[in-house]
Design a protein around this ligand. Structure first.
Ligand code: 6R9
Length: 649
């Protein structure tokens, strides 16, 4: 790559029909910053309110009195907005296209059918005793019932906590107990890439580990596997739904009532329960979905994420349904049965908007152009990415090979905490620079600062802050408001600290450079190094562990673990495998260390702090560039680390 990144103008055919223009973006953006009250007061009207709001924004980011409220006296129901209000005009329109792991399996659900399915599911929850405000954990494969379960909770005012189906029983149990969730919705098994995932078996283990927190399990039959049902605790959905009505009135919710909790990794401690509320979140999810994807009524929209992540919440379920969109839900993986799968399905269903992650693009790129060229992809008009910075090579491949240079790419930067997209090259409004998150969405004011919090003007690089609230901002860390204050509002008082580094170029485009904290991004999934470390040290053979990220061709970042063994234990290959297995069991396969280096000692300061900077450099193969090592207690440790560095696979 040359140092000068390429610039692509908006493809002409796209620009001619785009909802936004550069002028319109500028006008709306300026209005959103000049008078947020007026701007968001107007945007709130995109929803149907049972009781209209009379106040718009009530926010303080002062650490002593931190509160975030939007539309605070309004009442609404999320599912009334995502389903009921479409029935008159879009009742027969397809809400979901479900695509099975097996290419022969596919199922369409109209808005009318969605209404009945969600109402029935909601009535089952009621029958099981679920009440407004109760926390319900959802541990599901990518089947329609996962979406029905989320919507059924929202229908009756229960708070859902979706846990990714790839997480281990231990990780699931931790999330169940943290939010005191008495009900779990799961399936007998999941199916991905032709392989079965033993969800109910995992759920049973999690129930045992939850110390009695979990009282009720609702089980969806997916594969028909022979599973253990516990009398009095476990219920089959199909049996429980036999005698319930397909009508369930939507519960009126205050705009600030919780909608969901979603656990995400941070730089310290156990995962945080990010809490989102009802009104502001839905305004934000629906508005960003409309503008980011240049939405038209007849679009067939496919976001390939899993509902276990925030992208699945905002951009498979809530945003698209609030906008009456036809949204695709895919059970499988991009390379099964072969690397043509995405594009074959796009052709089959006439997908017009396709949104995926850089890691998926890189894994397909490795298979070459033939699997792509074997398909038409003519229906696609817009492409998107999310989850991590996209490297320019992958961007170019996506643009030229997948999109035939006809389709803009929306590189959407955002976080679980932000609810939905914060920065993006809005389609039709800007030239495209491969790898740049580009420009702020309406209402978002980014600022770059140095470590002391001094604002850096012009073309520069620094830590990324956001200066003012937006409706879809997380409201708190569930059960630990102080952690919310400490994590996001304390380092740079008066601002929201994203944890990301960012560069602003001479044209004013923003480029996310990656995390500046101890969070690594593996295949677009956030992983706290501290979490992997504590999983490692929970193994009997391990005395100490330090985990860092290193560049990985497919995953973006790989997990590199330095492990010091307890006295008397000899390192060998069997132990290495055993440690990987142990981490998988503690957290899940996504946390598997890619490389483990056994090291007699770790580089520490005289006060005992591990110098991660040095460990990162060694993992990155940058021995010449270790920086200041003068504060090391035992400098010779570093020589050993360099000598025994593991090779990147
Ligand atoms: C939506 C989501 C958030 C972190 C975020 C950043 C990275 C996400 C990105 C991106 C560069 C993009 N990230 N999208 N970096 N360009 N388009 O991924 O949420 O799982 O909470 O991760 O992911 O580092 O801080 P989440």
């Amino acid at each position: 790559m040359s140092d000068q990144p390429k610039i692509y103008p908006v493809p002409e055919e796209f620009a001619a029909k785009a909802n936004l223009s550069p002028e319109k973006y500028k006008e709306m953006y300026e209005a959103s910053i000049a008078d947020p009250e007026a701007f968001w007061g107007e945007q709130g009207k995109r929803l149907d309110w049972i009781k209209p709001y009379t106040t718009v924004k009530d926010v303080s980011w002062e650490t002593g009195d931190l509160h975030i409220r939007w539309y605070a006296d309004g009442e609404l129901n999320v599912t009334a907005n995502c389903i009921d209000r479409h029935l008159a005009t879009r009742g027969d329109k397809t809400a979901f296209i479900w695509i099975g792991d097996d290419p022969d399996e596919c199922h369409k659900v109209s808005y009318k059918e969605l209404h009945a399915a969600v109402c029935r599911f909601a009535n089952v929850l009621k029958k099981l005793g679920v009440k407004k405000g109760d926390r319900v954990t959802i541990y599901m494969p990518m089947i329609l019932e996962a979406a029905y379960a989320m919507l059924a909770c929202a229908r009756i005012g229960a708070v859902h906590s979706v846990v990714f189906g790839g997480f281990s029983p231990e990780a699931l149990a931790g999330r169940i107990t943290d939010c005191d969730s008495g009900v779990l919705i799961t399936a007998d098994e999941g199916v991905r890439g032709g392989r079965k995932v033993p969800l109910k078996v995992n759920a049973d283990k999690a129930a045992d580990l939850s110390n009695g927190t979990l009282k009720t399990m609702l089980v969806v039959k997916r594969t028909g596997a022979d599973i253990n049902m516990v009398e009095g605790r476990d219920h089959w959905l199909h049996e429980a739904a036999e005698d319930v009505s397909s009508d369930c009135p939507p519960e009126p919710m205050n705009a600030e009532d919780p909608l969901f909790i979603l656990y995400t990794s941070g730089s310290t401690g156990k995962p945080k329960g990010v809490m989102h509320t009802t009104g502001g979140y839905l305004v934000w999810a629906s508005m960003t979905h409309e503008y980011v994807f240049d939405l038209k009524e007849d679009d067939v929209y496919w976001c390939s994420a899993d509902v276990g992540w925030v992208t699945g919440h905002s951009y498979i379920v809530y945003g698209p349904l609030a906008n009456g969109t036809t949204t695709v839900m895919f059970e499988g993986i991009p390379t099964y049965p072969d690397a043509s799968r995405f594009w074959q399905e796009c052709d089959k269903h006439g997908v017009s908007i396709f949104y995926t992650a850089p890691t998926a693009i890189r894994s397909l790129m490795r298979e070459g152009e033939d699997p792509v060229n074997a398909t038409s992809r003519k229906s696609i008009r817009l492409l998107g990415t999310v989850g991590e910075p996209i490297n320019p090579e992958a961007w170019e491949w996506y643009f030229h090979v997948v999109g035939d240079a006809r389709c803009p790419i929306v590189d959407t930067w955002w976080q679980t905490e932000t609810g939905a997209t914060m920065m993006v090259p809005l389609p039709g409004t800007t030239d495209l620079k491969p790898g740049a998150a580009s420009h702020p969405f309406f209402g978002i004011k980014p600022v770059l600062v140095d470590a002391d919090g001094t604002e850096l003007p012009g073309a520069t690089e620094g830590n990324l802050l956001i200066t003012d609230s937006w409706p879809g901002q997380m409201r708190t860390v569930y059960g630990d408001h102080q952690r919310f204050v400490d994590t996001y509002f304390t380092a740079y008082p008066g601002n929201y600290f994203t944890g990301d580094g960012c560069r602003r170029d001479e044209d004013g485009f923003y480029w996310i450079t990656g995390r500046v904290d101890d969070v690594i991004n593996v295949s677009g999934h956030r992983m706290g190094t501290a979490e992997v470390e504590s999983a490692l040290v929970s193994h009997d053979a391990v005395a100490e562990a330090a985990v860092v990220g290193y560049p990985h061709d497919i995953k973006g970042q790989g997990i590199y673990a330095y492990v010091t063994l307890v006295q008397g234990v000899e390192p060998d290959e069997a132990l290495r495998k055993n440690l990987v297995q142990h981490v998988r069991a503690e957290i899940g396969p996504i946390a598997s260390p890619d490389l483990i280096q056994f090291s007699p000692g770790l580089p520490k300061t005289r006060s005992g702090k591990i110098m991660r900077r040095i460990l990162r450099k060694i993992a990155e193969n940058e021995f010449a560039n270790l920086g200041d090592t003068s504060t090391l207690a035992e400098p010779e440790v570093v020589d050993d680390l360099i000598e025994n560095r593991q090779n990147k696979g």
